[in-house]
Every structure is written in C-alpha cells, then in structure tokens.
Design a protein around this ligand. Structure first.
Ligand code: ARG
Length: 410
C-alpha cells in the first residue's frame, strides 16, 4: 500500500521537528515546507534539518508576496487588532497556508499539517485557509492530538533522535516576520509583571536608546509606501530599514492582553517598529487628504478588517469587498510624512500632499484669511435647529402650568 503524503509547515523549531517524526511514525511521507517571510535564521540549515529527519524539504521566499499582498492591504486599512496589534503573525498565516496548498497540489498530497496547539489563533487561521482554498484536503495538527507537556515532548524527541535546542531553548514562544515579532509564554503569562528586557530582540530599551532623535520621511502613493528618505525602494526594503532604525530608537514595543478567537485572554508582547511608524505615517497622511466622513467610516472598516484578519478569515468575500472599498479611498493618499523617532516614541511632525485638503487661506488666523466669518452665524442657526426644537419642547413639558393641565385632563 502506498504511504500517504502530508505537507507540513516547518519552522525548524522543536514542535515542528517532533511533528515530522510523529507523522512518520503514523506512516506518512512528510514534505516539510519552510516559507521565508523575513524571519531571521538560516533557512538552508532548517532545510537540512528537515532532510536529516527524513523529510523532503522546500524553502520558498515569500517576503515580497507578504509585503505586497498581505501587509499592503492591512496598512492601507490601518488594521490594528483591538487597536494595538498590527497583526504581524496573523497576516503571514494565510500566505503560508496558500503555499501549503500549492505544495500539496504539486506533490499530490491529500494532507496538510501544522505545529499549532489547540489553544491558539494560528490553528484557526491555517485550518480555515485550507478549508477556503482546498476543501478536499485534510488538516492534521499533531500538537492538538499528542497531548504532551514541553518536558514530555523533549524526552520524546531525545528518544527518537530529534534534535533538541541546547539548554532546552528559551522559555518564550516567538514568531517573527517582516511585520513584527510576537513573544508569549514564560513570565509573560503573568499580566501583572513588566516584560523583562530579555524578551526583546528587535528594539532597544527606550532608556538605552540614543539621546538624539532621528527623522524618517516616508513617501506614499495610493496608500502604499514607495520611498524612504527620498530614495525609492520596494516595500520589503522600506520595512527592513524602518525595523532597524525605529528598533534602535526603542519604537514599536507593544504589551497587549489580547482576546483570542478561542475565547482565551492572553498576554502577548510584540515588537513592531516598522509597522508602528508606517501605521502612524499613513494615518497622518489620510487625515490630510480625506474628508471627515470617509475617515470616520474608515475607522469602522479598520476595526472590522483587523478582526477578520485576526480570526483567520482572509480568504473570504468580505475581505475582498473591504479591499475594494479601501482601494477606492486610497486613490488620493499620496504624499510625504516625516516621523520623529526618539526614545520609544514615533511622532508625526510633518506631512505634505498634492491632494491635501488643508487650505492655509481657510485655516489661518493671520493675514490672507479668506474664510467668511459672518457666514458662520447662519450656518450655526440651521445646524442648531434640531437642538433648539428639542430644548423648547423639553422646556414646555417641564413648565408647572402645563404639568398641572396634563394631570387634570387625565
Ligand atoms: N497572538 C498573536 C496572534 O495570534 C501571536 C501568535 C504568535 N504565535 C506563535 N506561534 N508564537 O496573532
């Protein structure tokens, strides 16, 4: 009988390495897929590790795809989950899921596997993504089934020649890509305790950051960053450069008690230097070029869009409909924004656009004022009509004479 083939999302870490063995023990031929989403580390070495474990291994560079097709729409939409988290991990999942499906098709595999546990969001995202793109494929999540504590898992790995990180690795679970770094577990599970400095890797402590601020200038075209400090660059390079400079200035640390899809509250720490700078810059540019009602409606869309990404609903008609709306609002979102980075803060200090709605002659209190102040009185008269009518009726109802008359007529 021919063995079944399974394509596993492989990070090279302990869980997914154990998953290779676990699947092989259950008579699967394992194909390990590592997707380069900008995480640090030697992906060649990860491929070797998978091959040593007896798997066929693929490494796919998807950094530009992540930037262009996932980060760009999220940035245009200002998508921040619960107003705080730029969705770095969440955005990479549908991309990885799409490649899992593609490799499964190429390999003729009927199964997809991932190393997620049954408590997190990532399982929801991988599973839903597979359901949406390839409902005929079946998902296996060994960590949902094997029921081992970390200690048991390490013992199991050692028995079966699965390499275990020296010193059994860090107490933290981390996930990294271009858009940010997530850190959970260990002492972070106590939300009362300040994250220790050791959890951070991309950002300097604001206390230790340089005493001089630095300014960065981002140019946007139709809502998308296209240049940094006057030099045109692809989005991957803009993000990488901003992660470096903003990280050096301590920008982008986030400490969030987050509402997971499965109902658990969890304490998550993030480092998202580039995302923090770009989100602020993008919103500042929108404030300059978009009318008030569009901005206001956009905030509602942003919140819904963020939840949709978080919940693993990327490959759905609602997301496509949101993208159509957002793309239309972004047509005029072009221009330059200056952001000052200083000891953990990223503050927009300047913005300019050929589509700016800012009219100095209307805004100024100095010479050159073209606003016709006398017209304001008539405007306020009409604008205030409902309030005046309401107040007048209220006064009548409260007058003692009328109250008495009303009682008598009962
Ligand atoms: N809580 C974040 C999210 O759901 C980050 C998850 C990090 N994942 C991980 N495997 N460490 O998007």
């Amino acid at each position: 009988m021919s063995r079944s083939k399974v394509v596993l999302a492989y990070s090279g870490g302990l869980d997914t390495s154990v998953a290779i063995r676990w699947l092989q023990d259950r008579s699967f031929d394992v194909v390990a897929l590592t997707v380069d989403v900008g995480q640090p580390g030697d992906l060649g070495a990860i491929k070797d590790k998978a091959e040593k474990l007896g798997a066929k291994a693929y490494v796919i560079d998807a950094r530009h795809e992540l930037a262009e097709e996932y980060i760009t729409p999220a940035l245009k939409a200002n998508a921040m989950y619960e107003g705080q988290y730029p969705l770095s991990t969440a955005l990479a999942r549908p991309l990885i899921g799409k490649h899992l499906v593609a490799v499964a098709r190429r390999e003729g595999a009927k199964f997809i596997a991932h190393g997620c546990t049954g408590k997190g969001n990532d399982q929801v995202r991988f599973d839903l993504c597979t359901t949406a793109l390839a409902p005929d494929l079946q998902v296996i999540a060994p960590a949902r089934v094997w029921n081992m504590t970390r200690e048991q898992e390490i013992a199991w790995a050692k028995e079966r020649d699965v390499p275990v990180p020296v010193g059994n690795g860090s107490p933290y679970s981390t996930d990294e890509n271009l858009w940010g770094r997530s850190i959970e577990c260990g002492v972070l599970e106590d939300p009362r305790i300040e994250p220790p400095e050791e959890v951070f890797d991309w950002t300097a402590s604001p206390v230790e950051a340089p005493d001089e601020p630095v300014y960065v200038n981002v140019r946007f075209e139709a809502g998308k960053p296209v240049a940094l400090d006057g030099r045109r660059a692809d989005l991957v390079s803009v993000i990488a450069a901003l992660n470096e400079v903003a990280g050096r200035h301590g920008v982008g640390r986030i400490d969030h008690v987050e509402s997971r899809v499965v109902g658990i509250k969890s304490r998550e720490v993030y480092e998202c230097p580039a995302a923090t700078v770009l989100m602020r810059a993008h919103q500042a540019l929108e404030a300059l070029v978009l009318p008030r009602d569009v901005l206001d409606f956009q905030r509602t869309v942003a919140a819904r869009y963020a939840t949709l990404i978080y919940d693993g609903l990327w490959f759905t008609p609602l997301r496509e409909a949101f993208d159509a709306f957002i793309d239309s609002t972004q047509e005029r979102v072009s221009g330059d924004v200056s952001v000052k980075l200083f000891k953990g803060s990223a503050i927009v200090v300047g913005r300019a656009s050929p589509n700016s709605l800012y009219d100095h002659a209307l805004a100024t209190y100095s010479k050159g004022d073209r606003f016709r102040q006398e017209m304001a009185e008539g405007f306020i008269y009409v604008w205030g009509l409902p309030a005046r009518t309401w107040a007048a009726v209220g006064e009548k109802a409260a007058s003692p004479k009328l109250v008495k008359a009303a009682k008598r007529s009962k």
